[in-house]
Design a protein around this ligand. Structure first.
Ligand code: PRX
Length: 638
């Protein structure tokens, strides 16, 4: 193992330094990234830093290098910070004790569970699905997979059995790791029941490992099910790390597409490790001794990159929170910040908007002088929410990093570096070194002037980018590299100010971001269409004070006289069951038809305007196949 502990990842510490590094990263990307990569532990260094061709498309970083990411996240810290806390776990119920795990303890747990996985027949390259609550064992399970070269596919534990089954089957997972139940506020979610339902449709799953978490009764399938604690008994906590290739897959994580089934984004080991560590350290300006808390669920990319891999790779102390922001009260976040002396707090604008509705005394009753840096992620933040976050939570004393990125990008792409580069409310601001964004016209011409608004695109590869969609490289090409050949197309619109700061204006495709969750319209419409009385449906978004966007469903039904309110309830139930509770439409309007072009395409632009009460700007509808339908919909809108 080649290691150079003196060679720690260096932080960009001034605005001048940022500019120098940015220029270097554009002029000579290979030397820029190899300098950073050299601070990690490798079994063998690379032959070539970057090889890519976006026509195919293919991107490879650190060709032929060999490593194991867990040696970088765990083993290498044992020499210098074995007794430092790696993870602070805060339970759902504040009357229960929180727990701390040192790097030494986490290392031992990961190695032991890696041996459990091996004993159950899991080998390098096998896919393992993880469907778990926010407990430390979730992190242990994912790192144990990485230790032995298995590919984890974590499914957010709020997803339905249907959504879970689809994801298990898509990547043909051999094993599922779950828990008996999950605590969420006052609720006790029967995870194992949901799993049992899902696995009826997943013959490929050979075994499950179940963590005893809530100790509720569960149904047991002999020969398939086993308990985490029993399987771990008398198992050694020594486990040699599997030597992996830089471009071997580390994990698959599903994200919604604008059409069809979810996309299993594949992230590979070395590039992802280098990029998440580099971006974590620089965006948050994390210093040893700081306590960092990202409130996301590990089931989303934010949790993968900025609760687990990024922070652990640089030896940080990261908080894992099992609960929700409003249990037992709307002051829970601030109580946890004070309790654990959190210095870095990273959350979603939706949470900020929801908490802002409550008296600021709920924040002010805690001593939050420990806070140094605040962050947001997942959706645009409005000025009012930004101001409240800055004034009330940050006491006007903490830089705020508004971080733009995606499941596909692996790590933060555009953001200020806390206290180092200028911030501007509602702007994600400047690209990180190594990231080359641009704005395009709809026809694909680059907008050369500084101040401009257009379609956001990325011109050059970065190490953290997803390499493919599991089992469907053509779709990867079509979605990200075909709209504007030569560019990566993230699906967002943006504007740029005179100083080069970017502000993300929202999606330019059929993905809707609700409470920071990325939802494709197609799977929700498909679910609505499952109702026996539904002929067709169309889903659009409208602005919502807390959630950012809410969902408005237009539904054509067969002429049966079922009570409308029953129908609404049933439709919401179906969506909740097939997609998940977060995807339930907020408003449903039964209509006689949907506005369509002559080629049969639903005119969502018009439906969006109606949902937004923006009737005046609908414009000419005479070219539609069925112009009358528009007036009908407007007349009957409630
Ligand atoms: O539309 C952008 C929005 O979230 C999308 C990515 O969603 P997902 O893959 O679920 O990842 C979310 C967490 C990284 C983006 O295409 N988005 C993300 N961050 C921001 C944002 N929109 C505006 N400002 C942001 N800071």
């Amino acid at each position: 193992m080649e290691t150079d502990q003196k060679n720690e990842l260096k932080m960009i510490s001034s605005y001048e330094d940022y500019h120098t590094k940015y220029e270097q990263s554009v002029k000579d990307p290979e030397s820029f990234w190899s300098e950073i990569a050299n601070t990690f532990v490798w079994h063998q260094k690379w032959d070539k830093v970057l090889a890519y061709d976006w026509e195919i498309p293919t991107t490879k970083w650190f060709t032929n290098a060999k490593l194991n990411i867990t040696e970088n996240c765990l083993d290498r810290h044992l020499e210098f910070r074995a007794d430092q806390t790696a993870i602070i776990w805060e339970p759902n119920d504040p009357s229960q004790p929180s727990k701390k795990y040192t790097y030494r303890e986490l290392h031992a747990k990961v190695c032991q569970f890696a041996n459990v996985l091996k004993n159950k027949g899991i080998q390098k390259g096998d896919r393992v699905c993880i469907y778990m609550p926010m407990v430390v064992e979730l992190t242990v399970a994912m790192l144990a997979c990485a230790r032995i070269g298995a590919v984890h596919s974590i499914v957010f534990a709020g997803f339905s059995s249907e959504a879970l089954a689809t994801r298990i089957n898509d990547s043909s997972c051999k094993m599922l790791i779950t828990a008996d139940g999950a605590y969420r506020g006052t609720k006790n979610i029967p995870l194992k029941n949901i799993v049992d339902e899902a696995l009826k449709r997943c013959p490929i799953i050979e075994s499950t490992i179940i963590l005893k978490n809530t100790a509720q009764d569960i149904h047991w399938v002999p020969g398939r099910d086993s308990w985490w604690h029993l399987e771990s008994m008398d198992v050694s906590n020594y486990c040699e790390a599997e030597i992996m290739d830089a471009e071997d897959p580390l994990f698959i994580l599903y994200t919604s597409g604008s059409t069809g089934k979810p996309k299993g984004m594949v992230h590979t080991i070395a590039g992802y490790m280098v990029y998440t560590s580099f971006s974590f350290l620089n965006v948050f300006q994390y210093q040893q001794g700081d306590i960092y808390w990202c409130t996301a669920d590990i089931g989303w990319i934010t949790g993968h990159s900025y609760i687990v891999y990024g922070p652990l790779a640089v030896g940080a102390t990261s908080v894992i929170f099992e609960g929700i922001p409003n249990y037992p009260g709307y002051d829970r976040f601030w109580q946890v910040c004070e309790k654990h002396q959190v210095s870095h707090f990273y959350t979603a604008p939706t949470a900020i908007r929801a908490l802002k509705k409550h008296p600021s005394s709920l924040v002010e009753k805690y001593d939050l002088s420990c806070l140094k840096v605040l962050g947001t992620v997942g959706e645009p933040i409005n000025v009012e929410a930004w101001q409240w976050y800055n004034d009330i939570v940050g006491n006007n004393n903490c830089p705020i990093v508004d971080t733009w990125w995606q499941t596909e990008t692996g790590g933060i792409m555009i953001s200020s570096l806390a206290g180092v580069t200028p911030q501007k409310s509602t702007f994600a601001t400047l690209p990180l070194p190594g990231i080359q964004p641009t704005l395009l016209t709809p026809k694909g011409t680059e907008l050369s002037e500084k101040e401009a608004e257009g379609i956001l695109a990325i011109k050059f590869p970065w190490p953290g980018m997803a390499r493919t969609i599991y089992g469907d490289h053509n779709r990867y090409k079509k979605v990200y590299f075909s709209a504007y050949p030569g560019y990566y197309f993230p699906g967002d619109g943006a504007l740029r100010d005179i100083d080069g700061n970017y502000r993300i204006t929202g999606r330019v495709d059929d993905v809707i971001i609700v409470s920071g969750h990325n939802l494709g319209t197609a799977p929700i419409e498909n679910a609505i269409n499952q109702h026996p009385l539904v002929v067709e449906s169309a889903l659009v978004s409208y602005p919502h004070e807390i959630k950012g966007n809410a969902l408005y469903a237009y539904v054509i039904t067969y002429d049966k006289d079922e009570k409308e309110e029953n129908l609404h309830k049933e439709i919401k139930e179906i969506v909740s069951r097939l997609v998940g509770p977060i995807a339930k439409p907020d408003k449903i309007q039964i209509v006689t038809g949907l506005p369509k072009t002559r080629s049969g395409k639903i005119m969502r632009r018009i439906l969006r305007k109606i949902a937004n009460n923006d009737i005046a700007s609908i414009g000419d509808t005479s070219t539609l196949l069925n112009p009358d339908v528009v007036n009908d919909i407007i007349k009957n809108k409630k």
